[in-house]
Design a protein around this ligand. Structure first.
Ligand code: NAG
Ligand code: NAG
Ligand code: NAG
Ligand code: NAG
Ligand code: NAG
Ligand code: NAG
Ligand code: NAG
Ligand code: NAG
Ligand code: NAG
Length: 506
């Protein structure tokens, strides 16, 4: 079963027609394994922030590069894209080497451009995003495309192996044209960032990251060292700005110091009432972090924080040094109201500088590691393999590799390989015998050559179809003692030519 389309989708929009500021930024300062990929590009490009974006070809084997035919694009990474085949139930993956003990911010961007120039054209396709074995979200760029804007999504995921896979999934429930992607950022976060989240089991999808009182542009890299986007949230009644220096190293989440230069501040004697985040949320638990710093030097003010009438934090003492409060599992539903109330009427009015809200979702299970290794070995020994043989071979459910069927028991095991009529050539890796949960193998009608490996370890094998290949060797010999085997068909060449068609041995 394919995962249902979630309601929890956050699309940040960049308008295309911003003035060009060519800032010369020193070589990219991201840490560890971080990637800025300009999908479908043939050569590196530098954006207005001086960030270098590399072509994506080294990390993806599927898909076709394409060009958006729209001149005057300010963001050079939107000019090219990569499109993937419309093959239902297939996922097409980027494979990115990572440090398996770290967590990563992932931000794909989608710009359909002139492919959807008129409202009579069919809308852009809706498709799934998958990270390792985890279904993340469905991508629907229709509204942004109508507004001539790009759509981007942001999530934070733990690495679970040496490579992280980021995939586009063709969902038969709603994908009706080829999925596409314009750009992909994967940025390694410091260990303290969002560290209250239980990363081995949870991932986060951004809903809002806001700099209150800001009328300027999005605050991001180089101000934010992980290129998180702090969206301005203007309000002429409550906005103030200051030049206070905030010691942001005290914050585990490392907000950029400039985020404290603006604030919403309540009027004297009145609470500050804020409807934020600006989108209704489905009833679920969320990560909420709020950031505060007094705008006056060497000053402090004390107030209570309520979220939807529930006391979130009592007697919060905000000083000019700044502080943040967060909850990792706060239940929200519908529209959210944040209320800041001073303890006493004569006190200085409450204020708030910034906030972040993420949806939390479980990290999906992965295929049994030995089965993954065996399949990787089989993949290496074959040529002309399907384009979707990347990412986890079985997961998420509904997105296994073409020809691979799995059982999701206590371990997720590969139980059937049906590679019949896939025009495969090459030889069959002996590691196929390590897929010990296999019940069915069909390799019929391909161009495989070389010996039939020793399959006697496949204790559960029931059906083996090898006919119409150029394999050599003796099937009975390699199968020897498999008691479960009910059906074999094979046509073996030259000196070993034994025609075995459906020989039952119950
Ligand atoms: C890991 O990623 C690199 C770069 O994309 C790729 O060449 C390699 O095959 C990947 N390894 C696995 C096991 O997928
Ligand atoms: C995508 O979004 C558009 C506009 O909001 C909506 O009309 C359409 O139904 C959505 N498509 C899917 C498959 O959810
Ligand atoms: C998060 O990181 C900070 C700074 O490294 C550390 O003091 C704190 O204990 C960590 N919290 C958790 C829950 O790991
Ligand atoms: C980024 O930081 C610089 C230097 O502190 C500041 O002048 C600028 O306004 C900041 N950018 C934003 C969008 O806040
Ligand atoms: C902030 O820090 C800078 C550099 O450390 C210093 O020049 C400036 O005076 C400080 N501003 C305030 C308001 O303390
Ligand atoms: C949200 O869900 C919980 C548990 O499923 C339920 O108890 C609660 O009443 C729901 N809240 C709203 C506002 O629907
Ligand atoms: C708030 O913190 C400041 C600085 O640490 C301190 O001087 C002040 O007494 C505190 N106020 C309250 C109400 O706790
Ligand atoms: C294997 O796949 C082919 C083509 O998709 C299909 O026709 C055939 O029935 C499958 N064989 C088995 C044993 O499932
Ligand atoms: C096949 O492998 C089994 C178990 O590893 C071994 O006992 C047997 O001798 C092998 N058969 C051949 C023909 O190599």
């Amino acid at each position: 079963m394919l995962p249902a389309r979630p309601l929890l989708v956050a699309a940040a929009v960049f308008l295309l027609l911003l003035p060009v500021h060519v800032a010369i930024v020193a070589a990219q300062g991201f840490r560890g394994f971080s990637y800025l990929l300009n999908c479908g590009a043939a050569s590196p490009t530098t954006d207005s922030r001086g960030l270098r974006w590399d072509p994506d070809g080294d990390y993806v084997s599927a898909g076709t590069p394409g060009v958006v035919s729209l001149s005057g694009l300010i963001n050079p990474t939107l000019a090219t894209l990569r499109t993937f085949p419309l093959r239902y139930g297939a996922k097409f993956c980027y494979e990115l080497p990572v440090d398996r003990n770290r967590r990563y911010l992932i931000r794909p961007t989608f710009f359909y451009g002139a492919l959807f120039a008129s409202s009579s054209a069919p809308p852009p396709p809706v498709f799934d995003l998958i990270v390792d074995g985890t279904f993340w979200t469905a991508v629907n760029t229709t509204d942004d495309a109508l507004a001539g804007a790009a759509s981007s999504y942001e999530g934070v995921f733990p690495a679970s192996g040496r490579n992280m896979s980021f995939c586009l999934g063709v969902n038969p429930d709603y994908t009706d044209a080829r999925p596409f992607i314009s750009a992909l950022q994967v940025i390694q976060l410091d260990d303290s960032v969002y560290n209250a989240t239980d990363f081995p089991t949870s991932a986060m999808g951004l809903i809002a990251r806001t700099k209150f009182g800001s009328t300027g542009g999005i605050e991001r890299y180089p101000n934010d060292s992980f290129d998180r986007y702090w969206q301005p949230f203007p309000d002429d009644k409550h906005a103030v700005s200051s030049t206070q220096n905030v010691t942001s190293a005290d914050f585990w989440n490392l907000p950029p110091p400039d985020v404290f230069n603006t604030a919403f501040i309540a009027e004297q004697d009145a609470p500050l009432v804020l409807q934020w985040p600006p989108v209704p949320l489905q009833n679920d638990s969320y990560y909420v972090a709020l950031y505060f710093a007094d705008t006056l030097p060497d000053n402090s003010r004390t107030f209570d924080v309520y979220i939807n009438d529930y006391l979130f934090f009592k007697d919060l003492n905000v000083t000019s040094a700044g502080l943040s409060v967060f909850a990792t599992q706060w239940i929200l539903s519908g529209l959210t109201t944040i209320i800041l109330k001073s303890a006493s009427p004569s006190a200085l009015p409450p204020l708030i500088n910034a906030g972040e809200v993420f949806g939390l979702f479980p990290v999906g299970r992965l295929t049994y590691a030995r089965d993954v290794l065996a399949l990787e070995s089989i993949k290496k020994s074959l040529q002309n393999i399907p384009e979707d043989w990347n990412g986890d071979p079985c997961m998420p459910s509904g997105y296994s590799w073409t020809g691979v069927t799995c059982d999701e028991g206590s371990k997720i095991r590969v139980i059937s390989l049906n590679f019949s009529s896939m025009s495969l050539s090459g030889f069959l890796s002996p590691d196929i015998a390590k897929l010990t949960a296999l019940t069915d193998i069909s390799l019929a009608h391909n161009m495989l050559s070389g010996p039939i490996p020793n399959l006697s370890n496949l204790r559960n094998l029931q059906r083996l179809h090898l006919q119409e290949n150029q394999l050599s060797g003796s099937v009975p010999e390699t199968l020897g003692t498999i008691n479960t085997l009910r059906e074999i068909s094979g046509e073996l060449t030259e000196q070993y030519r034994i025609d075995i068609h459906i020989s039952a041995r119950e």
